[in-house]
Design a protein around this ligand. Structure first.
Ligand code: PEP
Ligand code: MG
Length: 583
């Protein structure tokens, strides 16, 4: 076995994972056209028909094992694939190729499916275009069965594995069973992609290999050791490297266990200010994890994940049950539910959204909600009704100006009125707040603060839009700097507007969990942060030994710093000096 360190590795979700690789790679159809003699054509047809039966059996089995962690809706994909496999038109086309043109069964699958794939790819409708992937998947399965090769398809694993894939989509992560995935290696994706954010929330180490070549060398069954904090990956490591990685892994686990003493400690600064450290979640599974890390509440429930990886839209009742379950699990702790932020890198097949040139600048979030009031109203009804069971606030994403907020408020009021007429239980006084994540919203922060009940700053998109740095593009990941003078001055401007208009403010982007930024929140008087659950305890530890006054005194200097690197350096130096002083 050869072992190699693969260079150009970036860590996007911390932690060490050691285990066998499972490579999720498409089989390339590389076989030559093959004719069969006339006498054997019937036999070839029989082979094809038996192959279809076997492929359907595989799908049944896959559905049964995936049923342990996938929801009913998600399992529907296996039925859909099974139906396509039995499609009489397709079977007839393959039969004609075999009986009339004397082609092999494998060739008949390839020829016919390629034609379908092409046709789907050329369709205008985004949803239909995506169906090409399904046909591809089904044809891959059938060809593999006909060639007598065993299934190695994700997501059935005999043992937990490190998943190796070209591109990891948020929906793939949403499907993933964290008990079966030790870690992830992908060829594309940045730290700020939603897939990376979700992997961090699930505590799954994740590295991205900058060189696609690196990923092609990995084979299923290779032993991998990855470090998502340092950005390291070793393939079939030598004994000494493996030992070092195991030590690192044990140290990380020990450190995590030690952190647990902070779970029940309140988040209070040395000078007695009580803070709220909330968690960002995308599912009930993530909420359970957040509660174990002592979150004071949920500052951001990304509800769009309830709309992804399924063919149909979730109904009001379905949404209501999930939101209510979240409220009940929180036992009186606050919950901020954000209305759908679909678009950008988050796709929902049920919405059949068109493909766009610039999805992050396109049909996304509140723009979809206001364009599809049916969808928006259903969600608002479910949120308002869940509010009858505990403290819930409603948050609107990607607000770019006052019109969007005023229109949303009108719809919110109309929905309340409908619920009242129907005598349904709901929270009449529920607060409606907005994400501040667009430069336009920053500039109009005062206007917006007069109309919104609260602000939540989304530093991920704010950085993306202020610096014009695509948060998904790993080529320019080094330019994605939330601690940038422009971004920090924007945040300060928003904090002042919130204070002037006396509305609550919080930060819910990834920067909230970055301990380097803590002096900024101290200096700006922002005491409510919402972050990936795993960041809560380390941040709380630092917060409890901090005090506000010195950061307030330094704030004017930090707001004058001209470069991102200098600002970061000054914040780190401040923390180190304070740390030394306080010890
Ligand atoms: C943000 O943009 O900072 C944010 C919290 O929202 P999301 O990451 O879901 O876009
Ligand atoms: Mg955002």
């Amino acid at each position: 076995m050869n072992h190699k360190t693969i260079s150009k590795v970036i860590g996007v979700s911390p932690g060490v994972a050691i285990g066998k690789a499972f490579v999720q790679r498409r089989i390339e159809w590389e076989f030559i056209e093959q004719d069969v003699s006339i006498g054997l054509a019937n036999e070839e047809l029989e082979k094809l028909l038996q192959g279809v039966v076997r492929a359907k059996l595989e799908l049944e089995q896959l559905k049964r094992s995936a049923g342990q962690w996938m929801q009913e809706e998600q399992l529907a994909i296996f039925n859909a694939h099974s139906m396509i496999l039995s499609d009489p038109v397709w079977i007839q086309e393959m039969q004609d190729l075999i009986l009339q043109q004397h082609k092999s069964a494998v060739w008949a699958v390839k020829e016919t499916s390629e034609a379908y794939i092409m046709r789907f790819r050329e369709m205008n409708d985004d949803y239909m275009r995506e169906r090409a992937v399904d046909v591809q998947d089904i044809a891959d399965r059938l060809i593999r069965v006909l060639q007598g090769r065993p299934e190695d398809g994700y997501p059935v694993f005999d043992e937990p594995v490190i998943l190796v894939t070209n591109e990891l989509t948020p929906s793939q992560v949403a499907q993933m069973d964290p008990d079966n995935i030790l870690g992830i290696v992908a060829a594309t994706g940045g730290e700020n992609s939603h897939a990376a954010i979700m992997a961090r929330a699930m505590e799954v180490p994740f590295v991205v290999l900058r060189q696609a070549k690196g990923i092609h060398r990995i084979q299923t069954g290779d032993l991998l050791a990855i470090d998502g904090g340092q950005g390291q990956m070793f393939r079939n490591p030598a004994a000494d490297v493996l030992r070092r990685m195991r030590d690192l892994q044990s140290a990380a686990i020990r450190q995590r266990d030690q952190m647990r003493v902070w779970v029940n400690v309140p988040a209070v600064t040395r000078d007695g200010e009580k803070w709220e450290l909330h968690a960002n979640i995308g599912s009930i599974k993530e909420l359970e994890l957040a509660l174990r890390t002592g979150a004071d509440g949920v500052g951001l429930f990304r509800t769009e994940f309830l709309f992804m990886e399924r063919e149909t839209l979730p109904s009001e009742e379905e949404q209501f049950e999930i939101y209510k379950e979240a409220v009940q699990l929180l036992k009186g702790k606050p919950l901020v539910i954000r209305t759908i932020d679909i678009g950008g890198d988050k796709v929902a097949p049920s919405l059949m959204l068109p493909k766009e040139q610039n999805p992050f600048l396109g049909y996304r979030a509140i723009r979809i909600a206001l364009d599809r009031p049916d969808l928006f109203r259903t969600q608002l009804r479910a949120i308002l009704r869940a509010g009858a069971f505990g403290p819930v606030k409603c948050l609107l994403p990607m607000i770019s100006g006052i019109d969007e907020l005023l229109r949303s408020k009108e719809i919110f009021a109309e929905v309340k009125e409908d619920l009242r007429i129907q005598s349904l239980l709901f929270d009449v006084d529920m607060q409606l707040g907005i994400m501040i994540e667009l430069p336009a919203a920053v500039m109009q922060a005062d206007d917006l603060a007069r109309e919104a009940d609260f602000f939540s700053i989304g530093t991920n998109d704010l950085t993306q839009y202020m610096l014009a740095v695509d948060r998904m593009n790993e080529k320019i990941a080094h330019l994605f700097k939330p601690i940038h003078p422009a971004v920090v001055r924007a945040i300060a401007h928003v904090a002042q507007a919130a204070e002037r208009n006396q509305i609550p403010i919080s930060v819910c982007g990834e920067l909230a969990g970055d301990s380097t930024a803590l002096p900024l929140w101290l200096g700006l008087g922002i005491r409510n942060l919402s972050m990936t659950a795993t960041s809560i305890l380390p941040l709380k530890q630092k917060l409890c030994s901090s005090e506000r006054q010195s950061a307030v005194a330094k704030m004017p200097d930090w707001l004058r710093v001209r470069t991102a690197d200098e600002l970061r350096a000054q914040l780190i130096e401040f923390s180190m000096l304070k740390g030394a002083f306080e010890r």
